[in-house]
Design a binder for this molecule. Structure first.
Ligand code: BES
Ligand code: ZN
Ligand code: ZN
Length: 502
């Protein structure tokens, strides 16, 4: 994992050759003191290169100078000049700059050099965001690559500032953002893990390992869930050889232990074959990431504990595997959920909502949360509707929905609010049970949300359908192909906004 440090820039002090990325802000990058200094050290190579190339430092424009002097292996000039000033509340812009700097440095992969990102003077307030972006971008799931296949990347990266005071400023924000980065990378690790390694029991074990952070962890096993009446969740799990678990993480950070918690609820289907309503073979491997909602809940709970957030929060995840076997649930089966409502299971592939139905009703009853937010890779339909740019937001509470949308904009994890309504909800009426788990195909992301709504009562609730954003088949701003960790930054920012209001 990338080790980060914040230092005053002093290129002459080092023995290892440096790989330097200089972030270029302002009208004319060559006017920055940091530029002048580096240009001096490199005997004017930077200014010559800038002039030759006509480098203006616009956002997205980079210029690379190789081996200008012996102790500097490369200088990457990273254009950051935008039409409007960077706004600290929109921290994702600076994260992206950090990501771009790291990518530029890694692209030329100069073995044995030490990475440095130089921030021009006066930018210290943004240094931690740059560091977070670099750290997230450097992440690569290399666990199953043999030693010789592992890509050569930096082990350490220094974020260089102008003065000791600037280093102090950067470090105070980093104290919080480091915890955010830890949460995002934990989520990515969980989502990238294949289903033969991460199944309900091993997932539960990984969560239990977080006790040391100060999370109180309670596990409900199959027998306990049977006694509680989790008929909907258990119906999904019954076709699998793997025992299901519900895991509850509690974090108490508010001044009063009595204050109602914020609740985060996650779909943790460690593999979704579709069950008897089996999925097509093509792309089925992707269903190892159908526990993305649960992984995000675990990630954000770990972040809250690490940064000692001043809130009470509870995270609840349902861990099951949706498989085909002689014991598997059949289409047409009727199960009784924890809420008491009976459900006609017309399609065993619409299993996430069955898991969440029991978790939402249980969380509401047990913890009486002030808000309940669930995350799930719930429908293919949301991928069709919104692609990878927005996750679907469904809510019964306008203020909560707005707060989530705002937090998403600030951290660059965007949400798009989708409509709900009783005309949709009626499509889930069954004539032989209280509700059926699918309606028609049109609007099926909305129908899934309407199904969940039947289990949340009057608790202010939001459902984030992250099927299109939790996993990407291509590189994105801050991640390689694979898990993105989408939602951790968003929920952490939502909690921060909540903390400052209280
Ligand atoms: N896990 C899937 C949803 C999904 C699809 C996530 C693609 C990520 C990418 C979910 O359990 C599912 O199978 N949903 C069905 C519901 C349908 C049967 C009503 C779907 O979306 O097709
Ligand atoms: Zn499914
Ligand atoms: Zn699923």
């Amino acid at each position: 994992m990338l080790q980060l440090s914040f230092d005053v820039f002093s290129p002459s002090d080092v023995n290892t050759p440096l790989s330097v990325a200089l972030l270029c802000f302002g009208e004319d990058a060559t006017k920055m003191a940091a530029f002048k200094r580096l240009d001096e050290i490199t005997g004017g190579a930077l200014l010559r290169a800038v002039t030759l190339r006509g480098f203006k430092g616009s956002y997205g424009q980079n210029l690379s100078v190789l081996a200008p002097v012996e102790q500097i292996a490369q200088v990457q000039l990273i254009g950051c000049k935008t039409t409007n000033e960077f706004n600290l509340s929109e921290s994702y812009l600076m994260e992206e700059v950090g990501g771009a700097a790291l990518r530029a440095l890694e692209k030329s992969s100069l073995a044995g050099t030490q990475g440095v990102i130089v921030l021009p003077e006066g930018m210290a307030a943004h240094a931690a965001d740059v560091a977070l972006g670099a750290r997230l971008t450097s992440y690569h799931f290399t666990k199953y690559l043999s030693e010789k296949q592992k890509p050569g990347v930096f082990d350490t990266l220094s974020i260089a500032l102008s003065t000791e005071e600037e280093v102090e400023t950067a470090l105070s924000r980093w104290a919080e953002l480091e915890a955010v980065g830890d949460g995002v990378l934990l989520t990515r690790d969980l989502v990238n893990e294949p289903s033969n390694v991460l199944y309900p029991e091993s997932f539960k074990n990984r969560i239990e390992a977080l006790r040391d952070l100060g999370l109180e962890i309670e596990v409900l096993d199959q027998t306990q869930m049977e006694a509680l009446g989790f008929g909907a969740l258990l119906g999904v799990a019954q076709g699998s050889e793997r025992e299901p678990y519900t895991v509850i993480m509690r974090y108490q950070g508010a001044a009063s232990a009595q204050e109602a918690p914020l609740a985060f609820v996650g779909k943790g289907v460690t593999f979704d074959s579709g069950g008897i309503s089996i999925k097509p073979a093509a792309g089925m491997d992707e269903m190892k990431n159908d526990m993305g909602g649960a992984a995000t809940v675990v990630g954000v709970m770990s972040t809250l504990a690490r940064r000692k957030a001043e809130v009470n929060a509870v995270g609840v995840v349902g861990l099951v595997e949706n498989m085909v076997s002689g014991k598997a649930q059949r289409p047409g089966d009727i199960v009784k959920s924890y809420s008491g409502q009976t459900i006609e299971v017309l399609n065993t592939d619409a299993e996430g909502r069955l898991v969440l139905a029991d978790l939402l009703a249980y969380t509401r009853k047990t913890y009486a949360p002030s808000f309940m937010i669930n995350l799930a890779t719930l429908t293919g339909a949301i991928v069709v509707a919104l692609g990878a740019e927005h996750a679907g937001l469904f809510s019964n509470h306008d203020r909560l929905a707005q707060a989530l949308e705002d937090a998403g904009k600030e951290v660059g994890e965007k949400l798009w609010r989708m409509p709900m309504g009783s005309a949709y909800n009626r499509q889930l009426d069954s004539d032989i049970a209280d509700v059926k788990n699918i309606g028609g195909r049109p609007g099926s992301a909305i129908l899934a949300a309407e199904f969940l709504k039947r289990f949340v009562g009057d608790t202010p609730w939001a459902h984030l359908d992250i099927a299109g954003t939790a996993w990407l088949d291509k590189e994105s701003a801050l991640a390689r192909r694979g898990a993105t960790g989408f939602g951790v930054q968003l929920l952490d920012r939502f909690v921060q906004d909540h903390e400052t209001q209280n």
